[in-house]
Design a protein around this ligand. Structure first.
Ligand SMILES: [Zn+2]
Ligand SMILES: [Zn+2]
Length: 330
């Protein structure tokens, strides 16, 4: 990174993939902050993202002071943006404040994010995580309950399946899991959550919450290069890129239905796989690829799934999720 003059968005994704495995992750975090400072981002809109990434890296090494400095700057860089990424950065800042024992400030950061529960599909997850880090899981349960009630009140009838429930499905699921974790009795909303979940699970004919495969996502060029070098990989990942994306999307839907949380795809590269395999591993071997997936899974190298219906698809096609990989699961 220090040799590069400019950091592009794809450089940042790459750093996100490799930072935690780097020899000096805190050095990577510092370099990210410096690149922002020195105006070395190809897209200045990436400043918040780069700084939030630096904050996450520092937080993972329990350098809370540094993490908080980066998170402060990330929030500042996002300014008035109110998209999911900006909200996630605020929730991250709150989580770090909680961990630093600054509870009032953490709550002051989180309160204004409460309406995002009905705006961003991933808000239920990042708000719950921040509140849980502060020992406030019951507050998260209250917020989720209110949001669920609000969305149900706007509907003429109870949703018949997860797709019909849309947004509500993510809230119901998050709330259901949280209430189980808190040891609460099932209520009507939990019953609804379970009905929708089991319907999805039946559609997928499985309720196993373990991934069936490695959740590696090969971007288009990487996919082509993978199959060119190891044609047999088509068995696992599909013969075409469309099939690859459809398989991944279906698997993620199945895992979500089985109650698996924090779902993400792991953006893979042939270069990364070959580096992981080293001199004695075989990239053609599914076990090597599973090991590579394990390495990516342990790092911050992930694309959170699912995106919002109207947000860019996780596959990087540039299309809206609802027009791209969402329908591939059917
Ligand atoms: Zn239950
Ligand atoms: Zn897509």
């Amino acid at each position: 990174m220090p040799t590069r003059t400019e950091l592009t968005s794809s450089d940042l994704s790459e750093i996100r993939q490799s930072a935690l495995g780097a020899a000096n992750p805190l050095g990577v975090a510092a370099e990210l902050a410096e690149a922002v400072e020195a105006g070395r981002l190809a897209d200045p809109d990436d400043a918040g993202y780069a700084l939030a990434l630096a904050a996450e890296i520092a937080e993972s090494r329990t350098k809370l002071d540094a993490a908080l400095r980066y998170a402060d700057r990330a929030v500042e860089a996002y300014g008035k943006r109110d998209d999911s990424q900006a909200a996630a950065a605020r929730a991250l800042r709150a989580r770090i404040l909680f961990r630093a024992g600054r509870e009032d400030e953490a709550m002051a950061e989180l309160e204004p994010l409460r309406p995002t529960l009905t705006q961003h599909t991933d808000a239920a997850a990042f708000l719950s995580a921040a509140l849980a880090a502060g020992g406030r899981a019951t507050v998260a349960e209250e917020w989720l309950t209110d949001a669920v009630r609000g969305l149900l009140a706007e509907r003429a009838a109870e949703p018949t399946d997860a797709d019909d429930a849309g947004f509500l499905f993510f809230l119901l699921q998050q709330r259901h899991r949280l209430r189980h974790a808190l040891g609460l009795q099932h209520d009507a909303h939990d019953n609804l959550a379970e009905r929708l979940e089991s319907k999805l699970a039946n559609a997928g004919a499985r309720v196993d919450a373990e991934p069936d495969g490695d959740l590696l996502f090969w971007p288009h060029a990487e996919f082509d290069s993978l199959l060119a070098q190891w044609p047999a990989a088509a068995e696992q990942y599909g013969a075409t890129w469309d099939e690859h994306r459809a398989r991944l999307e279906r698997e993620l839907v199945r895992l979500a239905a089985a109650g698996r949380k924090g779902l993400a795809v792991l953006p893979a590269s042939v270069e990364g796989l070959v580096a992981f395999a080293g001199t004695d591993g075989d990239p053609a071997d599914a076990r090597t690829r599973a090991g590579y997936a394990g390495q990516l899974f342990a790092g911050p190298a992930q694309i959170t799934w699912p995106p919002e219906r109207n947000e860019p698809c996780w596959c990087g096609s540039g299309l809206k999720y609802k027009k791209c990989c969402l329908p591939r699961s059917r």
